[in-house]
Design a protein around this ligand. Structure first.
Ligand SMILES: Nc1ncnc2c1ncn2[C@@H]1O[C@H](COP(=O)(O)OP(=O)(O)O)[C@@H](O)[C@H]1O
Ligand SMILES: [Mg+2]
Length: 369
């Protein structure tokens, strides 16, 4: 019989086990409260970080798996404990460090996260639908994706992604819910629809700042922002907090919508955000006979893209299932991946991720002399 391994050896074996919700190592987050070894039995006590329905099952299974291969251990018992106040503060500080003044830093200041703001001149053109389906399509490409619903007066992301669980607070750090591989936060979680209307000026600015600093975003590859329609305070605030944001303008095919969309693009320029592309939505409707009818006209997206000198990233047809998916929290890209719109959203995601990836830095050492 081999000798029982030490607690340190077991702790090492647990290092690669991630927190099921937070995504980082349980050991590094300080959530392994104790390890005891008695004969060939290891008893591990974990502190539950986010008490979801499945946290304990998932973390327990992963811990058992990680320790199963350790020589000298035949049995693994996992026990669970709640965070006490002190542990909660310590965990919060690990998730989102605070400065001397107690303020949390903007996690996107020096990050490699690509911030994509989805804008339009007016409501109802499909901004939120594009935001959600683009986000899901990026997640399907294996990217870490978060969505920020900044449409303070008409938030719809919780409905469109379905509320898996309410946001959870660890001390003052907000842990966003996740659906279809996308973490998301909406002002809709914190305000009633009526309250949203009165959020203006400095209060609005402050609320948006908190969205960015107090949420545990966990360094996503993409942060996709559902912007409110038109131009104004939110765009100004966002540009200030996220100066590297790239803008996608959504328009419908008719000329009038396109003029309005152009205003959104002009605003982006004014606050020095870069427009990277145009998505035309509600471009056609396919009848039972297979014919595509261009109900709202045609050419608006292409024309706007040309004027802005950016690519037309895609044209999305009018599809009842897309609306239903939005109403039921079942985005079409996730639930009907073989459908025409899902394929089109995947192509938009591919273009954003590959064609529009920031240019690789020039590296002098690679220069051929
Ligand atoms: N391509 C589409 N096909 C069918 N319905 C759509 C399509 N795009 C958007 N919708 C529906 O139109 C309405 C407005 O879209 P939404 O994404 O909420 O627009 P916005 O965020 O610009 O106000 C929603 O009910 C949505 O489900
Ligand atoms: Mg919307």
């Amino acid at each position: 019989m081999s000798p029982a391994p030490s607690e340190t050896e077991l702790l090492d074996a647990l290092r690669s086990v991630p927190d099921p919700v937070l995504g980082r190592s349980l050991v590094e987050l300080g959530l392994v409260e104790s390890i005891e070894v008695s004969k060939a039995t290891a008893t591990v006590t974990l502190t539950v970080s986010v008490p979801t329905d499945t946290w304990a099952d998932e973390a327990g299974a992963q811990v058992r798996r990680a320790l199963a291969s350790v020589v000298g251990i035949d049995r693994v018992e996992v026990e669970f404990d709640d965070l006490d106040e002190e542990q909660e503060k310590a965990l919060a500080a690990r998730l989102s460090p605070v400065d001397e003044k107690g303020a949390r830093a903007n996690p996107f200041t020096d990050s490699r996260t690509r911030v994509i703001a989805v804008s339009s001149g007016k409501g109802g053109v499909g901004k939120s639908s594009v935001t959600v389906n683009l986000a899901v399509a990026l997640a399907q490409r294996g990217k870490k994706v978060a969505v920020l619903d900044a449409d303070v007066w008409g938030f719809s992301i919780p409905r469109m992604l379905g509320v898996a669980r309410a946001p959870h607070a660890i001390d003052r750090v907000i842990i966003p819910p996740e659906a279809y591989g996308v973490r998301y936060i909406s002002i809709g979680f914190f305000a009633s629809e009526a309250e949203g209307v009165v959020w203006r000026g400095p209060m609005l600015h402050k609320a948006l700042e908190q969205f960015i600093t107090d949420v545990y975003w966990n360094e996503p590859n993409y942060l996709v922002i559902d912007m409110p329609p038109g131009t104004g305070d939110v765009a100004l605030s966002m540009a200030q907090f996220l100066p590297r944001a790239e803008v996608i303008v959504v328009t419908t095919p008719q000329a009038a919508a396109q003029t309005v969309a152009q205003r959104a693009a002009a605003m982006a320029k004014k606050v020095r955000l870069t427009v990277i592309g145009v998505v035309e939505n509600m471009s056609w409707f396919r009848g039972d006979d297979g014919t595509a009818y261009e109900i709202f006209g045609s050419g608006g997206g292409q024309d706007l893209a040309q004027r802005l000198e950016v690519p037309l990233l895609g044209r999305i047809p009018l599809v009842p299932a897309l609306r239903e998916g939005g109403d039921n929290g079942r985005p079409i890209t996730a639930t009907a991946p073989d459908s025409e719109p899902a394929a089109l959203f995947r192509e938009i995601a591919r273009a954003v991720d590959e064609d529009l990836a920031p240019r690789k830095r020039f590296r002098p050492e690679l220069k051929i002399r």
